[in-house]
Write a protein that binds this ligand. Structure first.
Ligand code: SAM
Length: 406
């Protein structure tokens, strides 16, 4: 295992940026025309749903005092520059993903600039993409949010193993970039539950006196220190190039409490007890959040719909109850449903009619098992009021579209 020792070298101050044609200055992006979007009346105390292009809509949200600087967490899952058109499970057109190259990057960058402006100073943003544009987007996010506010490049297993015919390794991953607006941000570390097997593997020792399960960890850390932690404790110097992790007084305290293990040749190690563990801290590879992968998974049928539990993890980690969550590419409303389930407020925006219908239906009725979308559902037309959503709105001059009974 590599052991790095912190150095005092200052980070390079030389800035870098991604260059491409048509890159507008930040101030010019924020000065683009704002437009109040059409609000869909969802009769929900929890949130607001808007229909329309998210750039003018978010520029308008900047003028709303209860939104600007109040968004605690943003999750976006924008188009991925696939140059494809997407249809739902009934083969109805949902949305086009036709921008690519510099056009795509500038499309996304402008929205990221406005999202940065809407975020609370202790807020977080998660951008979900696949391998196609994630690296270019990382550089854009470094520019907009600051490299120091980058936290994770999360790799998610998105689907089951495929029979890949291309001459390369099968692609079953996509990625989520996690940034915050500042260094002070809301963070509730998520934990996975221990399995009996994993617990026994990680915490193999049993304390003779108490019968408690524990693991042994070093009481020293890399780096030489001249103060107390660099001096002998119980006549023992820390190993070469290391220092004690605690002051001698703290080590004495731990020893008196039976929390130091002494090896047969007299080396101290700290006992870390299993019963103090909150679980397995979540790392940056997420295997348990595949998108719809069997007939029992509950879905809306909207294309590119994301895993619901993925969204609850993200929102729970970066918000408190009652906080405002924004998804300006909300599609079928996965983020919105997760926000409601966790007692957070939401703002959802999408430009596609199909997305608004899927979100409204989901917020009213929830999701259905994936199996229901195969055959049966495509033959049977559902008598849903949400299908009337846009015809109703066309005969209504107001910017608010009402869904009867929603
Ligand atoms: C990958 S899908 C999002 C899926 C969503 N995460 C879910 O779980 O259902 C991308 C969405 O972005 C929307 N979209 C694309 N361009 C947009 C724009 N300029 N303004 C608002 N929505 C847009 C599309 O209509 C589509 O619903």
């Amino acid at each position: 295992m590599a052991t790095g020792v912190p150095s005092k070298r200052r980070a390079s101050q030389k800035a870098y940026a991604l260059q491409y044609a048509g890159k507008l200055a930040r101030a010019d992006v924020l000065a683009l025309p704002a437009a109040e979007p059409v609000e869909i009346a969802i009769a929900s105390e929890a949130g607001r749903l808007f229909h329309g292009d998210n750039l003018p809509a978010m520029l308008w949200l900047r003028s709303q005092p209860d939104v600007r600087g109040k968004v605690q967490s943003v999750y976006i899952d924008p188009p991925y520059a696939t140059t494809m058109a997407f249809v739902d499970r009934d083969a109805n057109h949902a949305y086009d993903d036709h921008l690519d190259g510099a056009d795509y990057l500038e499309f996304l960058r402008r929205r990221l600039i406005v999202l940065h402006d809407l975020l609370a100073s202790d807020g977080a943003i998660f951008v979900h993409l696949d391998q196609n544009m994630i690296f270019e987007t990382k550089i854009l996010m470094d520019e907009i949010f600051g490299r120091e506010n980058f936290h994770n490049f999360i790799t998610r297993k998105k689907c089951n193993t495929k029979n890949y015919t291309r001459k390369c390794f099968g692609n079953i991953s996509d990625h989520v970039l996690f940034y915050t607006k500042s260094q002070e941000y809301v963070w509730h570390r998520p934990y996975d539950e221990w399995s009996a097997e994993k617990m026994a593997e990680e915490y193999p020792c049993i304390d003779e006196k108490s019968g408690r399960r524990y693991k042994k960890v070093p009481v020293h850390a890399p780096g030489v220190r001249r103060g107390e932690t660099g001096k002998p404790w119980r006549d023992k110097l820390p190993p070469h190039g290391k220092h004690w992790q605690y002051l001698p007084s703290k080590l004495d305290e731990l020893d008196a409490a039976g929390e130091i293990y002494w090896s047969p040749n007299g080396n101290p190690r700290r006992k870390v007890f299993f019963d103090r563990s909150k679980g397995i801290p979540v790392q940056d590879i997420w295997l348990g959040f595949r998108d719809a992968h069997n007939q029992n998974v509950l879905i809306t049928g909207y294309p590119t719909e994301k895993n619901f539990d993925l969204l609850t993890r993200i929102i729970a980690a970066t918000t408190n109850p009652g906080d405002l969550v924004l998804d300006c590419f909300c599609g079928s409303g996965t983020t919105l449903e997760a926000a409601v389930a966790l007692g957070r407020r939401f703002i959802g925006i999408d430009a596609a009619d199909a997305a608004i219908k899927a979100s409204v239906k989901r917020l009213r009725e929830g999701r259905g098992p994936m199996g229901d979308f195969v055959g049966v559902r495509s033959r049977k037309k559902e008598p849903l009021e949400v299908h009337d959503l846009f015809t109703l709105a066309a005969s209504n001059n107001s910017t608010r579209r009402d869904v009867a009974g929603a």
